[in-house]
Design a protein around this ligand. Structure first.
Ligand SMILES: [Fe+2]
Length: 268
């Protein structure tokens, strides 16, 4: 059986430091520390749980979840991120998809996933050189209906079971949940809810993630904004190591970025 050797969550944007130089510096340092945490765990595979941003999936066909199963993925190239190739892990991805089907999740799959900032920005720090194979799970947080938190957590447990019961002995897996803390899109339609963000960071890092399993889409919308729906990815990550404590690497609320920024790494 495999083993979860790292579990972490991070925001996934980077914007101009103009006027918010100190905060931007802390964000970059936070990304560096996040990256070092993943690299120090020496994973054989990285599972990145991010959000669909209408890059791969569109209004004509929007599944709740989609897994990249290809041998390789290409970076989409947004946010000035180089269009590099990222190695996939077909065997891992297929194991997960099959186990999900066996557990009443009919996941969408893609052979040609494009990796936007949601995956690539964290990977630039966690997987420099892109040598470690990556499996991507995208969740729909853009259109209604979105999968419930309970459904997301259930799928995360299927992923954990895949790692711990179906994967080869000693396979080392890093799990990353990515997405913004509170933000309202488009920018200018809301601010940053620092109190909400700090509550989420506190609950997740103190090993009490199960307190967030009842969060509804409506409550997240009210307190964290439409962009804040991405907190699903953080909660899915933490649910896979439920009960473990974590460390908050940083929190910043740069007003001109219009999003709460933060990162948490778990003790696994
Ligand atoms: Fe996002």
């Amino acid at each position: 059986m495999g083993k979860i050797v790292a579990a972490a969550a991070t925001s996934h944007i980077m914007m101009s430091s103009h006027g918010v130089e100190e905060q931007a510096k802390n964000v970059v340092e936070g990304f560096r520390r996040f990256g070092r945490y993943i690299q120090d765990a020496r994973p054989d595979v990285i599972v990145c749980m991010s959000s669909e941003h209408m890059v791969n999936l569109h209004l004509d066909n929007m599944p709740a979840f989609c897994v990249g199963v290809g041998d390789k993925h290409m970076a989409y190239g947004d946010m000035d991120i180089p269009k590099v190739q990222v190695t996939g892990h077909r065997d891992f991805a297929q194991s997960f998809v099959q186990h999900a089907f066996d557990n009443e999740f009919d996941l969408a799959t893609s052979e040609e996933l494009l990796l936007d900032h949601g995956v690539m920005l964290p990977l630039l720090y966690a997987n420099p050189g892109m040598k470690i194979p990556v499996v991507v799970l995208l969740t729909n947080i853009m259109t209604q209906p979105m999968p419930s938190m309970k459904r997301c957590v259930k799928l995360a447990q299927v992923l954990r079971e895949t790692i711990e019961t179906l994967r080869p002995e000693n396979e080392r897996v890093a799990v990353i949940g990515t997405g913004g803390l509170s933000h309202w899109l488009p920018p200018g339609t809301g601010g940053i809810n620092e109190e909400w963000d700090r509550m989420l960071l506190d609950v997740i890092s103190s090993g009490r993630v199960e307190e967030l399993y009842d969060l509804s889409t409506e409550e997240i919308m009210e307190k964290g904004g439409n962009g804040g729906q991405e907190i699903r990815n953080w909660i899915m990550m933490a649910s896979m190591v439920q009960g473990r404590q974590g460390r908050i690497l940083y929190y910043e609320a740069p007003q001109s970025w219009a999003t709460g920024m933060g990162s948490v790494v778990m003790e696994v």
